[in-house]
Ligand binder design. Structure first.
Ligand code: ADP
Ligand code: MG
Length: 454
């Protein structure tokens, strides 16, 4: 009962406070129980609880009461104490299928709304995304269509949607007449199913075929949905034949989307297929710097200690959405408590995010990197050879395996071609000793550690 009630209140909150705030503050909460008028939630950190209470406490209490469960106030428990599963990060997208009509009075095409912040200006370019960015720019410039379709793919939160919106904004700016339709594959399907239901497939077809630019986001969604794929394929072909620009995104390369028809896969590969690589440290830092500028506008009183952005760039992995969420939370926290944001504050405030994105290095990865570094073959490291040129790197790999993973000595032994755990202990000790007296070894170990943790 109270859980249903919370479910409904959550839905309402999404519309009341907006998607960003919702993802940052409400999504990480779990309702534990309601008793004696107190709704008790678990929150990823105590700070999130405090913030929600101050900013949304009354609202949530009255909404829950209106939905039938009397709540006077909220209580929060930090998840670290509750010891639940890894805290959800802000990575999960909130999707709401819209059922708005597709054509407005002014006969303007209505796809999903474009996010004002997703422009080229706001997109930070680095090695991992420069190709995708260049291709997007090129398509946005228009002219004789050369890259058709443009297929952008990459993992969650790497900027696919951002680039698509940026293309749309750019085209609109230079060519306001262009009819652009941007929507998610899910919405495409939803509208198609609606059209079938209301026996109105003719206008559906006409509509989609009348656009100049069609953008379909997250196309992996239609994999396995056969009639939708069929319709998509026909729409796609009709537009390509008329030389209309198509831009598609997916979380994988066309060939790797299971359940997508072969003819569609091959058609998608006709144009330009570019991927967004996982972010690297430099790009993450660049993005953080640029987003921090924006935050300062809202929170001019906040100061970040030196090294804070570097720390976050180092410790929080790939997903840019998670990076942004972390920064937003940090600024909110700082403005609330009026303290300078030091590394200690960061660790406290972002504990859950930091924990969730701790990268797990595997023993195999370590062995491979070390072999690479010393120009050895994998087999050399795993072999019984005792020559120092092989034995030393092997011991370094053992040392790193012990330090960087949580594997037990026997487990590590097995990964090293079935060695005894005493051999591993010996190797680890040896490197510990050598590091203190041999600066070359100390440097190598440090370099490898950094590469493995990057
Ligand atoms: P995807 O669609 O690939 O899952 P999004 O385009 O939604 O990812 O990006 C997630 C968030 O990260 C957005 O808020 C977006 O603005 C931001 N973002 C991603 N890449 C960049 C970048 N290179 N520069 C600035 N912001 C970025
Ligand atoms: Mg997206």
């Amino acid at each position: 009962m109270e859980f249903d009630c919370w479910g409904r209140v959550r839905d309402q909150l999404l519309t009341v406070i907006g998607k960003d705030a919702f993802q940052n503050w409400i999504e990480p909460l779990n309702l534990l129980k309601v008793s004696d008028g107190v709704a008790c939630f678990s929150a990823p950190t105590s700070f999130v609880g405090t913030w929600v209470d101050r900013n949304y406490g009354d609202k949530i209490a009255s909404m829950m009461t209106a939905e039938g469960v009397t709540v006077n106030r909220l209580g929060f428990q930090a998840e670290r104490l509750v010891k639940t599963a890894p805290a959800p990060t802000a990575a999960k997208p909130v999707t709401q299928p819209t059922n708005k009509p597709i054509v407005t009075r002014s006969n303007e095409l209505l796809g999903a709304p474009l996010d004002k912040r997703f422009t080229f200006d706001q997109f930070v370019v680095g090695k991992p995304n420069e190709l995708a960015h260049a291709a997007a720019r090129r398509v946005a410039k228009g002219g004789p269509v050369t890259f058709n379709p443009l297929f952008l793919y990459g993992g969650v939160g790497l900027g696919k949607t951002h680039l698509m919106h940026a293309i749309a904004w750019e085209i609109k700016e230079h060519n306001p007449q262009t009819k652009i339709l941007y929507l998610s594959a899910e919405q495409f399907m939803y509208r198609f199913v609606q059209a079938l239901r209301f026996k109105d497939t003719m206008s559906f077809k006409e509509l989609f075929r009348s656009v100049d630019v069609l953008m379909v986001d997250d196309v992996q969604f239609i994999a396995g949905k056969n009639s939708t794929q069929d319709e998509f394929f026909h729409t796609f072909n009709a537009l390509i034949d008329q030389n209309k620009q198509i831009i598609i995104s997916a979380d994988r390369a066309p060939g790797e989307i299971d359940g997508l028809e072969e003819r569609i896969k091959s058609r998608l590969q006709w144009g330009l297929v570019v991927d967004l690589h996982p972010t690297d440290y430099e790009l993450r830092l660049g993005i953080l710097q640029s987003k921090a500028e924006t935050q300062y506008v809202h929170y001019p009183e906040v100061t970040l200690a030196d090294g804070v952005l570097e720390f976050i760039a180092h410790r929080i992995s790939n997903n840019v959405r998670v990076l942004e969420g972390a920064l937003t939370r940090l600024f909110a926290f700082a403005s609330l408590v009026g303290r300078e944001v030091t590394l200690d504050v960061v660790q406290e405030c972002l504990a859950d995010i930091l924990r969730a994105s701790d990268r797990k290095v595997t023993v195999d990865e370590i062995i491979r990197k070390v072999a690479d570094h010393y120009n050895l073959r994998l087999n050399d490291i795993l072999s019984p050879r005792r020559a120092r040129s092989v034995a030393r790197p092997r011991q370094i790999a053992m040392f790193l395996a012990k330090r960087l993973t949580s594997k037990s000595l026997p487990e590590i032994g097995r990964s090293f071609g079935g060695r005894d755990h005493t051999t591993i202990i010996h190797g680890v000790k040896k490197i510990e000793e050598l590091r203190a007296i041999d600066s070359q070894i100390a440097e190598d170990v440090e370099l490898l550690r950094r590469m493995l943790e990057a």
